[in-house]
Design a protein around this ligand. Structure first.
Ligand code: BGC
Length: 759
């Protein structure tokens, strides 16, 4: 044993020596380079202009090309293809004075050409291996096409489904969000950034962007530091702990100062408290927007951003155009410019761009490693695992592969919307529609009839806004009643009706907030008409956010929430509908009964007047007159084609001290007739604290697989680390006392036991 320990210590020492040796080598290289750089060239490294001319055509004589040659550009983003990237890199390494390579970024958010489910959907897999793998494949494809830096993961905690960008994150929970943040960083970066199939990650949007007031994008956020530290900051910190190479500043203000100029956020918390060593980029024109925020003119806001800790200016060129003047006037320091420049150069060094600026420009890889059959196969399987079965009355699902199926709905025969929002590199024509997926999976075993049944929305102008970026659904200009009648006529010839309804891809995402989070009325009219036929109806719901589905839950027998499943969504929908894959997704965000309950989240505080469990209303209690406090579907919820039962909780001890470990276990039994996967969730409530504590907090989970009839004991080991939180003085520690330990298949239905834990 001793010998192994000594050997381990020697190994760790060797690794850390090697790291220090590498760091020293990098420092020597960058010191030497920076000695040669003029002030203008240093500032140039901080510039990340928009790549307009290059995206649309030739780099050659464009304005950007000239700037690259003059050393006024540090990197570019969202340019697709090795050929274009090579051409631009050549300008930097052949025509600029110091031949410093450019860094090429892109919004590779949930896959490159092989597109995975939108992040909100991915998070519902609760499977860190799959999530990491999706990022790994995204990195492999992006790096095969010239990209070495992605603006992902997006880890903004969001509790407001009105906010369109809830689609891009992992939901409402800081613990689950943190695990996912780490998995994504590992997936993109691997353990060596220099390898040509890994890329640098950028955690965003730092910070609190998901807490925009009223769910309106870019809106103000304002919250206590305690809420920040306990509920909103953990996923960003988790990404930093996982070694994320870069951070993106958010558009919103924090404590009255836009994040982009917030020194406390960018330097005190990020660098001093968390030890972040990479670089910080603004969001798109984030610096310029601070003029509108009302904190100064371009020179002032650029200087404030730089002095706050921003290293790279996306698109706006405020830093490029005003910093020399600010330096003369003493508004910025040379030390700060140097520090920012050094961090950008370090990123390029770590990516291996100084060794080979064309490291990510292998045309052969571009031809063979993108959108491969193997990647698509994995994407199909991951998509199926992101779907959440919300209702399945009378076990309508899975469907039989026989008879006649009527497929209807505006999202039934559409490829372009399947990848979902933020799929910049996707080739929409290669995505698979539900109609194609169903037909291919069924072959000649069953007949599929199709009719559109309704437009996305009655309002053509709204539909146009919801169909941007080449994702129009193709409007049917006949009267709504005629379009419905056609669907009803095929429904009456069928054994079962599958209605592919909900949101289009661009009804969520950036600047796509909604005040109504229901299915558009014209689609609900279609549903009503279909239900009237008396045929069994399955709602396949496309959504980029938790939707308000009270009516659907009351009236439609089966609801499968499929988010936006990516390029292979059509196949994955068929796989789940016909039972080739048993659904196992669990919600990462609470579904409200109506929009008036928002924000509604499972880890809320108790208040001084909580409503008694199981009650709907009580005067002078914290509740509503018109709707119960319950969500429609709670956090962690999701059905399967089989059933799982939970035994009572078993605790290894009910009275613990200090460093002891508590083991909490349950026996989970698959009581149904199909094999299936279940996410077993551990929650803890700190019953009494020096500050008020949430009614429960997720502290662990295990995704397990059980054969029909099989039972397994599932155990969680709990230590005082799991009890820690940031107290009033923002000290991270645990407090002795009583704790409720809960285990269940969702946040509402849990088995619990109490323990006392003293120091
Ligand atoms: C978004 C970012 C994105 C950036 C670059 C911004 O509008 O907020 O998430 O990375 O654009 O495309």
């Amino acid at each position: 044993m001793k010998r192994i320990q000594r050997w381990m210590i020697a190994l760790l020492a060797a690794v850390s020596l090697n790291v220090t040796a590498q760091d020293a080598k990098m420092k020597t290289f960058i010191d030497a380079l920076m000695k040669k750089m003029t002030l203008e060239e240093k500032i140039g490294q901080l510039n990340l202009p928009g790549s307009g001319d290059i995206v649309t055509g030739q780099a050659g004589n464009s304005d950007i090309a000239k700037k690259i040659e003059q050393g006024k550009v540090g990197g570019l983003f969202n340019i697709k293809s090795v050929a274009k990237i090579k051409e631009v890199q050549r300008l930097a390494v052949e025509k600029s004075r110091l031949k410093i390579p450019l860094i090429f970024g892109m919004d590779v958010i949930h896959g490159y050409e092989t597109v995975f489910p939108i992040p909100l959907g991915l998070s519902c897999t609760w499977d860190m291996g799959l999530i990491e793998r999706s990022a790994q494949i995204a990195a492999r494809e992006a790096s095969a096409d010239g990209i070495c830096w992605t603006f992902s993961p997006m880890v903004d905690i969001a509790r407001d489904p009105r906010w369109g960008r809830i689609a891009e994150g992992s939901g409402e929970d800081p613990y689950l969000g943190s695990q996912i943040a780490k998995a994504m960083v590992r997936g993109y970066q691997g353990n060596d950034l220099k390898q040509n199939h890994t890329i640098m990650a950028c955690v965003k949007h730092y910070a609190l962007y998901g807490a925009a007031e009223a769910g309106r994008d870019y809106n103000t956020t304002d919250m206590s530091h305690q809420r920040m530290y306990n509920e909103y900051l953990p996923p960003y910190k988790a990404a930093v702990d996982a070694g994320v190479g870069s951070v993106m500043a958010s558009f919103n203000e924090v404590d009255g100062v836009p994040a982009t100029a917030n020194k406390w956020l960018m330097t005190d918390v990020l660098r001093k408290q968390w030890g972040f060593k990479g670089f910080v980029v603004t969001d798109y024109t984030g610096i310029n927007e601070m003029i509108e925020h009302g904190i100064g003119d371009l020179q002032t806001v650029s200087a404030r951003a730089l002095m706050a800790g921003i290293d790279m200016d996306m698109v706006g060129e405020g830093i490029l155009t005003t910093t020399q003047k600010s330096l003369k006037e003493g508004k910025v320091t040379l030390a700060q410019i140097d520090a920012a420049c050094r961090r950008i150069l370090e990123a390029k060094y770590k990516l291996g761009l100084f060794d080979d600026p064309y490291r990510y420009c292998d045309e052969n890889r571009a031809k063979t490693e993108i959108f491969t059959d193997a990647h698509r196969k994995e994407a199909r399987s991951i998509a199926a695992q992101s779907f959440v079965l919300l209702k399945n009355q009378g076990n309508i699902l899975p469907l039989k592969k026989s008879g006649t199926i009527a497929l209807v709905g505006p999202l039934a025969d559409n490829k372009e919307n399947m990848p979902g929002t933020w799929s910049v590199a996707a080739n929409f024509s290669k995505a698979t529609s539900v109609l194609t997926g169903l037909k291919e999976v069924l072959g000649d075993k069953a007949k599929v009839l199709y009719a559109k049944g309704s437009n996305l929305d009655a309002d053509a102008a709204f539909e146009e806004r919801a169909g941007m970026f080449g994702k129009a659904l193709g409007r049917d200009n006949r009267p709504a009643a005629d379009i419905i009648a056609e669907a009803v006529s095929i429904a009456s010839q069928a054994d079962v009706v599958v209605a592919a309804l909900g949101e289009s891809a661009e009804m969520s995402g950036e600047s796509s907030s909604r005040t109504s989070i229901e299915i558009p009325e014209v689609q609900r009219d279609l549903l009503k008409a279909l239900l009237k036929t008396g045929k069994p109806v399955v709602l396949v719901l496309f959504a980029g956010r938790p939707m308000a589905l009270k009516w659907e839950n009351e009236n439609v027998p089966a609801i499968l929430n499929v988010w936006f499943g990516g390029s292979e969504a059509g196949y994955a929908v068929a796989d789940v509908l016909f039972g080739d894959v048993n659904p196992s997704g669990k919600l990462s965000t609470t579904f409200p009964q109506n929009v008036g309950q928002v924000p509604i989240f499972y880890n809320h505080k108790n208040t001084g007047r909580p409503l008694e469990e199981g009650k709907w209303f009580s005067k002078f209690r914290s509740n509503y007159l018109d709707v119960s406090n319950d969500p429609l579907y709670p956090f962690g919820y999701g059905l399967s084609y089989t059933n799982f039962s939970y035994s009572d909780i078993k605790l290894s001890s009910t009275s613990l001290k200090g460093n002891q470990t508590l083991t909490a276990s349950v026996i989970v039994t698959n009581t149904g007739s199909k094999d299936g996967k279940e996410v077993v969730q551990l929650y803890i409530r700190d019953i009494v604290g020096s500050v008020t504590r949430p009614v429960k907090e997720l502290k662990g989970f295990q995704k397990i697989e059980l054969k029909a009839g099989e039972a397994k004991t599932i155990s969680f080991n709990i230590t005082t680390n799991d009890l820690k939180f940031y107290n009033y003085d923002l000290k991270y520690d645990w407090e002795p006392g009583d704790f409720l330990i809960m285990i269940g298949g969702n946040s509402k239905e849990v088995k619990s036991g109490k323990v006392n834990w003293m120091k």
